[in-house]
Each structure stands twice: as structure tokens, then as C-alpha cells.
Design a protein around this ligand. Structure first.
Ligand SMILES: [Zn+2]
Length: 123
């Protein structure tokens, strides 16, 4: 069984467009040329401009959107690297139903639970 990465790439890119539209609306309310520029950089392929664009989005108070854009970009990078749908911790295949429900999932269910428990303990 192999994952249809073209299908997930499309889902991820569509979601990225939606999030960027959202961010764009918020940024327009703030209306600054610098922020408009940084938003354009989110779709740039260079890591440095992506990082600075996401920092700009965070600065605008859009923490959740910034995180989602990072997750989407990470998932797209895993598709490019041929490791999409593989747990980043134990390398087990992530079930396709899980990816359907959560296309940016990077851990299998047990590893995700472990991760969330560890985070809860730290908090
Ligand atoms: Zn795992």
C-alpha cells in the first residue's frame, strides 16, 4: 500500500491558500507594506524568507496561522523527500484515514499520544 501523495499535496496546497487568504485579510487590516511583502515570501521556496515571513505573521498576533503554515510546509517537504505518511519518531506508516483527517500529521497515533503527554507534563 502506498499513499497517493499527489492527492495529499493538493489538499495541503489548497489549505495553504486558505490560510494565506486569512492571514492576508488580517494583514490588510494592519496595512503595512512590509507585512504585505513578508506574506508573499511565505510561498517562496527559500527557507530563510519563509522563516522571516512566518515571524512577521507571528508578530501580527496570528500564532495559530503561523503554526499551521509551518505544519503545512513541513508536510509538503516530507512529500518531496518521499517520507510523507511515515512517523517522524518510529518511522511506522501513518494510516491513510489518519492523514485524511489530519493531512499534516507527522506522528503515528501512539507517538502522538506520547508527545502530547510529555508536553502536558512539561506545562
Ligand atoms: Zn510512531
Amino acid at each position: 500500500m502506498s499513499i497517493n501523495t499527489d492527492y495529499f499535496r493538493e489538499i495541503l496546497q489548497d489549505r495553504q491558500t486558505v490560510v494565506l487568504d486569512d492571514v492576508g485579510r488580517h494583514m490588510n487590516e494592519l496595512a503595512s507594506d512590509r507585512e504585505a511583502t513578508s506574506l508573499r515570501d511565505v510561498t517562496d521556496t527559500k527557507d530563510a524568507s519563509f522563516a522571516s515571513a512566518v515571524a512577521g505573521i507571528r508578530q501580527a498576533g496570528l500564532q495559530r496561522e503561523a503554526e499551521e503554515l509551518e505544519d503545512i510546509r513541513g508536510a509538503l517537504a516530507r512529500i518531496d523527500n518521499g517520507v510523507y505518511g511515515q512517523c517522524i519518531v518510529c518511522e511506522a506508516p501513518i494510516p491513510e484515514e489518519r492523514l485524511e483527517a489530519w493531512p499534516t500529521a507527522k506522528r503515528c497515533r501512539p507517538c502522538q499520544q506520547e508527545h502530547e503527554q510529555a508536553r502536558a507534563r512539561r506545562a
